[in-house]
Design a protein around this ligand. Structure first.
Ligand code: GRF
Length: 205
Protein backbone atom coordinates (compact mmCIF):
# COMPACT_ATOMS: atom_id res chain seq x y z
CA UNK A 1 0.00 0.00 0.00
CA UNK A 2 1.37 3.42 -0.99
CA UNK A 3 2.00 5.63 2.01
CA UNK A 4 1.25 9.34 1.66
CA UNK A 5 2.47 12.29 3.70
CA UNK A 6 0.05 15.23 3.49
CA UNK A 7 1.39 18.72 4.18
CA UNK A 8 -1.15 21.28 5.37
CA UNK A 9 -1.42 24.76 6.86
CA UNK A 10 -5.13 25.50 7.21
CA UNK A 11 -8.70 24.40 6.78
CA UNK A 12 -8.02 20.88 5.47
CA UNK A 13 -10.95 20.34 3.12
CA UNK A 14 -8.72 18.74 0.47
CA UNK A 15 -7.19 16.52 3.14
CA UNK A 16 -10.72 15.50 4.08
CA UNK A 17 -11.56 14.72 0.44
CA UNK A 18 -8.47 12.49 0.21
CA UNK A 19 -9.39 10.74 3.49
CA UNK A 20 -12.95 10.15 2.23
CA UNK A 21 -11.68 8.75 -1.03
CA UNK A 22 -9.46 6.30 0.88
CA UNK A 23 -12.30 5.33 3.24
CA UNK A 24 -14.56 4.74 0.22
CA UNK A 25 -11.83 2.57 -1.33
CA UNK A 26 -11.49 4.80 -4.38
CA UNK A 27 -7.92 5.67 -3.51
CA UNK A 28 -5.68 2.75 -2.54
CA UNK A 29 -3.40 4.46 -0.10
CA UNK A 30 -2.66 5.03 3.55
CA UNK A 31 -2.05 8.51 4.93
CA UNK A 32 1.05 7.82 6.99
CA UNK A 33 1.22 11.28 8.50
CA UNK A 34 -0.24 14.77 8.24
CA UNK A 35 2.37 17.47 8.82
CA UNK A 36 1.51 21.10 9.49
CA UNK A 37 3.59 24.23 9.82
CA UNK A 38 0.68 25.84 11.69
CA UNK A 39 0.05 24.48 15.15
CA UNK A 40 -3.70 25.07 15.32
CA UNK A 41 -4.54 24.24 11.71
CA UNK A 42 -8.03 22.79 11.41
CA UNK A 43 -6.57 20.16 9.09
CA UNK A 44 -4.71 18.61 12.05
CA UNK A 45 -8.01 18.16 13.87
CA UNK A 46 -9.55 16.51 10.79
CA UNK A 47 -6.61 14.09 10.69
CA UNK A 48 -6.86 13.30 14.42
CA UNK A 49 -10.60 12.64 14.24
CA UNK A 50 -9.82 10.16 11.48
CA UNK A 51 -7.13 8.44 13.54
CA UNK A 52 -4.25 9.70 11.41
CA UNK A 53 -0.87 10.58 12.90
CA UNK A 54 -0.25 14.33 13.01
CA UNK A 55 2.90 16.35 13.48
CA UNK A 56 3.46 20.07 13.87
CA UNK A 57 6.81 21.21 12.53
CA UNK A 58 7.57 24.63 13.95
CA UNK A 59 9.11 26.93 11.32
CA UNK A 60 10.19 29.26 14.13
CA UNK A 61 12.53 26.54 15.40
CA UNK A 62 14.67 26.74 12.29
CA UNK A 63 16.70 29.71 11.09
CA UNK A 64 17.09 28.38 7.58
CA UNK A 65 14.34 27.15 5.24
CA UNK A 66 16.55 24.15 4.41
CA UNK A 67 16.57 23.01 8.04
CA UNK A 68 12.78 23.13 8.25
CA UNK A 69 12.61 21.13 5.03
CA UNK A 70 15.21 18.69 6.35
CA UNK A 71 13.01 17.96 9.35
CA UNK A 72 10.07 17.25 7.06
CA UNK A 73 12.29 15.10 4.86
CA UNK A 74 13.30 12.99 7.84
CA UNK A 75 9.68 12.50 8.89
CA UNK A 76 8.70 11.45 5.38
CA UNK A 77 11.58 8.96 5.31
CA UNK A 78 10.77 7.59 8.75
CA UNK A 79 7.12 7.18 7.80
CA UNK A 80 8.15 5.47 4.54
CA UNK A 81 5.92 7.76 2.52
CA UNK A 82 6.50 7.62 -1.24
CA UNK A 83 4.09 10.38 -2.21
CA UNK A 84 3.83 13.84 -0.69
CA UNK A 85 0.58 15.75 -1.18
CA UNK A 86 0.45 19.46 -0.51
CA UNK A 87 -3.07 20.37 0.53
CA UNK A 88 -3.19 24.06 1.31
CA UNK A 89 0.44 24.05 2.49
CA UNK A 90 1.45 27.73 2.61
CA UNK A 91 5.22 27.45 2.37
CA UNK A 92 7.66 27.29 -0.51
CA UNK A 93 9.85 24.18 -0.34
CA UNK A 94 13.58 24.31 -1.02
CA UNK A 95 15.24 23.07 -4.21
CA UNK A 96 16.94 20.21 -2.36
CA UNK A 97 13.61 18.95 -1.05
CA UNK A 98 11.94 19.22 -4.45
CA UNK A 99 14.79 17.41 -6.25
CA UNK A 100 14.86 14.69 -3.62
CA UNK A 101 11.19 13.92 -4.33
CA UNK A 102 11.06 14.79 -8.03
CA UNK A 103 7.62 13.94 -9.47
CA UNK A 104 6.56 12.61 -6.11
CA UNK A 105 5.20 15.85 -4.69
CA UNK A 106 1.73 16.92 -5.81
CA UNK A 107 -0.04 20.20 -5.25
CA UNK A 108 -3.55 21.50 -5.89
CA UNK A 109 -4.06 25.07 -7.00
CA UNK A 110 -7.37 26.95 -7.41
CA UNK A 111 -6.91 28.19 -10.99
CA UNK A 112 -6.30 26.88 -14.46
CA UNK A 113 -2.52 27.08 -14.44
CA UNK A 114 -0.42 28.63 -15.87
CA UNK A 115 -2.98 31.41 -15.32
CA UNK A 116 -3.05 32.99 -11.88
CA UNK A 117 -0.28 31.24 -9.92
CA UNK A 118 0.46 32.25 -6.33
CA UNK A 119 -1.88 33.61 -3.70
CA UNK A 120 -5.47 34.80 -4.21
CA UNK A 121 -5.90 32.96 -7.49
CA UNK A 122 -9.69 33.33 -7.39
CA UNK A 123 -9.44 37.12 -6.93
CA UNK A 124 -7.02 37.30 -9.85
CA UNK A 125 -9.42 35.33 -12.06
CA UNK A 126 -12.31 37.65 -11.17
CA UNK A 127 -10.18 40.76 -11.72
CA UNK A 128 -9.04 39.48 -15.11
CA UNK A 129 -12.65 38.95 -16.19
CA UNK A 130 -12.09 35.38 -17.40
CA UNK A 131 -15.24 33.42 -18.24
CA UNK A 132 -13.87 30.12 -17.00
CA UNK A 133 -11.59 29.19 -14.16
CA UNK A 134 -10.99 25.98 -12.25
CA UNK A 135 -8.29 24.03 -10.48
CA UNK A 136 -5.08 22.22 -11.31
CA UNK A 137 -3.26 19.26 -9.78
CA UNK A 138 0.42 19.40 -10.65
CA UNK A 139 3.78 18.01 -9.65
CA UNK A 140 5.98 20.41 -7.81
CA UNK A 141 8.98 22.01 -9.44
CA UNK A 142 11.15 24.89 -8.26
CA UNK A 143 8.76 27.62 -9.37
CA UNK A 144 5.57 28.83 -7.73
CA UNK A 145 2.75 26.66 -9.18
CA UNK A 146 4.73 26.00 -12.37
CA UNK A 147 5.24 22.22 -12.23
CA UNK A 148 4.02 19.61 -14.75
CA UNK A 149 0.22 19.58 -14.92
CA UNK A 150 -1.45 16.28 -14.01
CA UNK A 151 -5.08 17.27 -14.44
CA UNK A 152 -7.45 20.21 -14.40
CA UNK A 153 -11.15 20.88 -13.93
CA UNK A 154 -13.01 23.84 -15.40
CA UNK A 155 -15.83 25.84 -13.84
CA UNK A 156 -17.72 28.83 -15.28
CA UNK A 157 -17.21 32.30 -13.84
CA UNK A 158 -20.63 33.90 -13.48
CA UNK A 159 -21.40 37.62 -13.82
CA UNK A 160 -22.46 37.95 -10.20
CA UNK A 161 -19.66 35.81 -8.73
CA UNK A 162 -17.88 36.93 -5.59
CA UNK A 163 -14.55 35.51 -4.45
CA UNK A 164 -16.54 33.31 -2.07
CA UNK A 165 -18.97 31.92 -4.63
CA UNK A 166 -16.24 31.26 -7.20
CA UNK A 167 -13.95 29.68 -4.58
CA UNK A 168 -16.77 27.38 -3.48
CA UNK A 169 -17.45 26.23 -7.05
CA UNK A 170 -13.74 25.61 -7.63
CA UNK A 171 -13.27 23.83 -4.29
CA UNK A 172 -15.94 21.29 -5.16
CA UNK A 173 -13.87 20.36 -8.22
CA UNK A 174 -10.64 20.32 -6.19
CA UNK A 175 -12.18 17.69 -3.94
CA UNK A 176 -13.15 15.63 -6.97
CA UNK A 177 -9.91 15.69 -8.96
CA UNK A 178 -7.21 15.58 -6.27
CA UNK A 179 -8.09 12.05 -5.10
CA UNK A 180 -8.35 10.94 -8.75
CA UNK A 181 -4.87 12.28 -9.51
CA UNK A 182 -3.48 10.55 -6.41
CA UNK A 183 -5.08 7.25 -7.40
CA UNK A 184 -3.64 7.57 -10.92
CA UNK A 185 -0.18 8.06 -9.41
CA UNK A 186 -0.65 5.06 -7.13
CA UNK A 187 -1.78 2.88 -10.03
CA UNK A 188 1.38 4.00 -11.89
CA UNK A 189 -0.70 5.48 -14.67
CA UNK A 190 1.08 8.82 -14.75
CA UNK A 191 3.94 9.02 -17.19
CA UNK A 192 6.10 12.16 -17.00
CA UNK A 193 7.96 13.29 -20.10
CA UNK A 194 9.59 16.63 -19.40
CA UNK A 195 6.82 19.10 -18.67
CA UNK A 196 4.08 16.78 -19.83
CA UNK A 197 2.22 14.21 -17.82
CA UNK A 198 0.42 11.50 -19.77
CA UNK A 199 -2.32 9.27 -18.40
CA UNK A 200 -1.77 5.63 -19.33
CA UNK A 201 -4.86 3.44 -19.91
CA UNK A 202 -7.22 5.91 -18.39
CA UNK A 203 -9.16 8.99 -19.34
CA UNK A 204 -8.27 12.18 -17.55
CA UNK A 205 -10.92 13.30 -15.06
C1 GRF B 1 -7.29 25.20 -1.73
O1 GRF B 1 -8.05 26.14 -2.44
C2 GRF B 1 -6.10 24.78 -2.54
O2 GRF B 1 -6.33 24.78 -3.90
C3 GRF B 1 -5.07 25.82 -2.18
O3 GRF B 1 -5.30 26.10 -0.83
C4 GRF B 1 -6.64 25.80 -0.50
C5 GRF B 1 -6.58 24.84 0.63
O4 GRF B 1 -7.86 24.55 1.15
N1 GRF B 1 -3.73 25.37 -2.47
P1 GRF B 1 -8.04 23.35 2.16
O5 GRF B 1 -7.10 23.61 3.33
O6 GRF B 1 -7.72 22.08 1.45
O7 GRF B 1 -9.48 23.43 2.58
Amino acid sequence: MVRIAVLVSGRGSNLEAIINSIVNKKTNAVIAVVISNVQNALALEIARVNGIKTLFVDPGKHKRREDFDQEIMEIVKKEQATLICLAGFMRVLSKTFIHRFKNRIMNIHPSLLPSFPGLKAQNKALDAGVKFSGCTVHFLDEGVDTGPIICQAVVPVLDDDTVESLSKRILKEEHRIYPLAIQAFIAQRLVCEGRKVFWKNEKKP
